[in-house]
Design a protein around this ligand. Structure first.
Ligand code: ZN
Length: 144
């Protein structure tokens, strides 16, 4: 197990534009603001969604595409470094017309209808950088 001590940095609130790619635009924002460590939250709606599910046996992501308007009931994510650049790792819960919830690992291909986001930057004495994790096959933070 590894953890680092963080202190609050800058805080941002904003709105994405209709038609934006949800993940890509959040990541672009973090890169423009040079946020290398932080948290992201958002709510709103999308016109279509693409979310991943990681098959732990096969060590592959499967992607679920939902070609319909959905509410973003919750988006939670973190910001850290991947290959020296800010990367957003986010999961979303999406609601359909019957109020049913769907969700997964947010992937490119999710299109914003409306989205209000909050980003909290953190300061720390050391960086959190993703690296290959042989135990899971994922790109994760180190544990030691
Ligand atoms: Zn994930």
């Amino acid at each position: 197990m590894l953890s680092i001590s963080t202190r609050p940095g800058r805080s941002f609130m904003g709105r994405l534009a209709k038609g934006d790619d949800l993940l890509q635009s959040l990541e672009n924002f973090c890169q423009e603001q040079q946020i290398t460590l932080g948290e992201v939250r958002a709510l709103g709606a999308v016109t279509r969604a693409r979310v991943g599910y990681y098959d732990q046996e096969k060590r592959e992501y499967y992607f679920l595409k939902m070609d319909q308007p959905l509410e973003i009931l919750a988006l939670v994510g973190n910001i850290s470094l991947k290959e020296g650049k800010p990367m957003v790792h986010a999961h979303v819960t999406l609601g359909d017309t019957a109020g049913r919830a769907w969700g997964g690992h947010l992937a490119p291909g999710t299109t914003v209808f409306a989205c209000e986001f909050t980003v909290q930057e953190y300061q720390a004495d050391q960086a959190l950088a993703r690296q290959d994790d042989p135990a899971t096959g994922l790109l994760l933070w180190p544990t030691s």
